[in-house]
Design a protein around this ligand. Sequence first.
Ligand code: NAD
Ligand code: DAU
Length: 328
Amino acid sequence: MRLLVCGGAGFIGSNFVRMRVRDHGDEVVVLDKLTYAGRRENLADVEHVFVHAGIEDPGKVAEAVAGCDAIVNFAAETHVDRSIAEPDAFVTTHAQGTYVLLEAARHAEVRYLQVSTDEVYGSIEEGSFTEASPLQPSSPYSATKTGADLLVASYFHTYALETLICRGSNNYGPYQYPEKLIPLMILNALHADPLPVYGDGQQVRNWLHVEDFGRGIGHVLEHGEPGEVYNVGGPDECPNLEVVQRVIALTGASDELIQYVTDRPGHDRRYSLGSEKVRALGWEAQTHFTEGLERTVDWYRDNPAWWEPIRSGDYRAYYERQYGSQLR
Ligand code: NAD
Ligand code: DAU
């Protein structure tokens, strides 16, 4: 297959591209705006064609899709805290950008897969969300992702475009930008920097190794039923404080580094996805959290050349804004 992968220079997209080229022999065109989260370095070891453009640019998208069999869209603003501080780019990329890609898919008559998130369902105290659960997003990030999902669904109903939606739970693994919980905690622990825990640290996330999500997306692209949504949830749930304690144990850091900071506004308490539908299609998660977290800590420890330029660049300004005065 020849795939147009939008947002392929980010965390999940680059892992997906690597797996598709290596394991499936696909040809891949990556279209990416290279925001702070997108890096050519993430794809340094993978053969691909690269187009530097935003998904909201119809001309560049139309050129890039020519000759492709499908579009897989990872492109997004993805950090909830940034969506609370500055929502603008979330609206542009998720609404206008998704619209431009859908139009391109419609005119090129190719299959379209939207990478979405469990956050569209909101928070759940007990049990797990199914694909039929109501959509109740909480943050500007999740609300704009939900809008994109609804637009995708409308292109199936109105134009019979072959659309698919994959809603993933919290991913972790190599190449994740260190604004997210796990890479932030690993790198801070390795540097003996404070470990900022929001609120009481008892929020629960459903952890999915990035390669399991990538395999799930590829599986749905090949075998999914057009017009359908597939939840792709991780095999293990874990409260944030326990995640931080596990990172401390794996890095040999001191638990005195833990610092409780002001909670995220509108913070979702728990996410949990039921993934029976994608299992029935033949996908199964392969990596449990204990093993996957250990491998992830090793990857960050062994790859300072990847994260050193991030920690010394614009990231410092973000970090100061987000945590600065709260950390001792
Ligand atoms: P990321 O922030 O690491 O990467 C996003 C990529 O999109 C970057 O390469 C960035 O440059 C690119 N991008 C942003 N705006 C763009 C635009 N307008 N045009 C073109 N490219 C643009 O994100 P990620 O964690 O890899 O997430 C990828 C997708 O998976 C997102 O759609 C996200 O909502 C979804 N998702 C993420 C998780 C998670 O835990 N990280 C879980 C479920 C779903
Ligand atoms: O659930 C899928 C979603 O997971 C994706 O759609 C998002 O793109 C992705 O960013 C992620 O969202 P979360 O908000 O769950 O992830 P984050 O890593 O930002 O935070 C995980 C939990 O850890 C959350 O409860 C907030 C908490 N947290 C986070 C940071 C960065 C802390 O306690 N301290 C921190 O410093």
